[in-house]
Write a protein that binds this ligand. Structure first.
Ligand code: IMP
Ligand code: MG
Length: 178
């Protein structure tokens, strides 16, 4: 697995300190609000686990799953809800947690879906933000890092369901795709 990685873009140490700071920011902004923190599966599960432990105010957690990608590295443009919410989000302060915001197609879809249910507030938290690839008009409220337009794996991010378990975020060698 490690031999497939061309370079490490975000090391474990860099990730840890950034996630800590994001957790503190959310704790500060949502004190007394009992936020409902919703992770988008599968990619967010590792970031979500670390972020939650960096948040020191009462909160509730939930997951939703959507998919827009096939086995390749380019979005299909079609988003499907593959696991629905199991709690009522009306009048709740919702924070949605993503591994990476790329074209924005997935989050635009999820935002519309959730705003329809009338939460008290709605914010977006993403670990990576690939801004230059954005096609949908959407901005995250909490961003770990703005990243260059590369294809990343590790820390929850996959290529064809592989590499999610790498403890750092890296870029694959080109020959791995072909
Ligand atoms: P979007 O709808 O184009 O914003 O895509 C968001 C989803 O695409 C993310 O939640 C990831 O699952 C996936 N994705 C986008 N860029 C990458 C990447 O660099 N590595 C792995 N997955 C990615
Ligand atoms: Mg994915």
């Amino acid at each position: 697995m490690i031999e497939d990685i061309e370079k490490v873009s975000y090391s474990e140490e860099v990730i840890r300190s950034r996630v800590q700071a994001m957790g503190q920011a959310i704790s500060r902004d949502y004190a007394e609000k009992f936020p409902l923190i919703i992770g988008v599966l599968k990619g967010s599960f590792i970031f979500m686990a670390d972020l939650l432990r960096a948040i020191d105010i009462p909160c509730e957690t939930e997951f939703i799953a959507a998919s827009s990608y096939g086995a390749g590295t380019v979005t299909s443009g079609v988003v499907k809800l593959t696991k629905d919410l199991t709690v009522d989000i009306r009048d709740r302060h919702v924070i949605i947690v993503e591994d990476i915001l790329d074209s924005g197609v997935t989050l635009s879809f999820l935002r519309e879906y959730m705003l329809d249910k009338e939460p008290a507030s709605f914010k977006i938290c993403t670990f990576l933000d690939k801004r230059e690839r954005r096609s949908a008009p959407i901005e995250a409220d909490y961003v770990g890092f703005e990243c260059p337009d590369e294809f990343y794996v590790g820390y929850g991010l996959d290529f064809a369901e592989k590499y999610r378990n790498l403890p750092y975020i890296g870029v694959l060698k080109p020959e791995v795709y072909s």
